[in-house]
Design a protein. Structure first.
Length: 171
């Protein structure tokens, strides 16, 4: 099954979902796919850096894990190419806990035929998403002062992969 457009899952909802690791039989949702994003920390963790940059969301929104992974990859690729991994530390600060569901019969052409039996449909899990509040930090990037322009450029590129306007805060 193909991936639906991101605009279909942007709105914040509080669905009836639960996945329990300790007591799996108490899980309400079965068969949740793994998160697309596996690496949350890149670069050198133990080194001291003098400048910290934050990528901050301007709006409250729900972002799928594949968009977050695309933003992480494009920022990391630029930083590794220009700075080398020992000259920066980047961390993804959000985790995709939200489970996205869709009714598999209701996709594509002729979906109106199935609408009669869908009053309380729960749907199958098809992915994960991150729920982000307004002004919440999504990425943290630590660099030295001399590499500040490259770090800004990397976060701007990451912003292009996300479905919300973002701002960069420097400390």
């Amino acid at each position: 099954m193909t991936l639906r457009p991101g605009r279909t899952v942007r709105t914040l909802k509080r669905p009836y979902t639960r996945v329990s690791k300790k007591k799996p039989r108490l899980s309400y949702v079965v068969g949740v796919p793994f998160s697309k994003i596996h690496i949350f920390e890149m670069g050198t963790k133990n080194k001291e850096f003098d400048t910290t940059l934050w990528l901050i969301s301007k709006h409250a929104i729900q972002i799928r894990d594949n968009a977050l992974e695309a933003a992480r990859i494009i920022a990391n690729k630029l930083l590794e190419k220009i700075l080398n991994p020992e000259n920066f530390f980047m961390k993804v600060l959000v985790f995709p806990h939200q489970i996205l569901r869709e009714h598999s019969l209701a996709t594509g052409a002729g979906a109106d035929r199935f609408s009669s039996g869908m009053r309380h449909s729960f749907g199958k899990p098809v992915g994960r998403a991150v729920q982000i509040r307004a002004n919440q930090e999504m990425f943290m990037l630590k660099v030295n002062k001399k590499d500040l322009e490259i770090a800004k450029k990397a976060l701007k590129r990451a912003q292009l992969k996300l479905p919300t306007p973002c701002k960069v805060r420097i400390e």
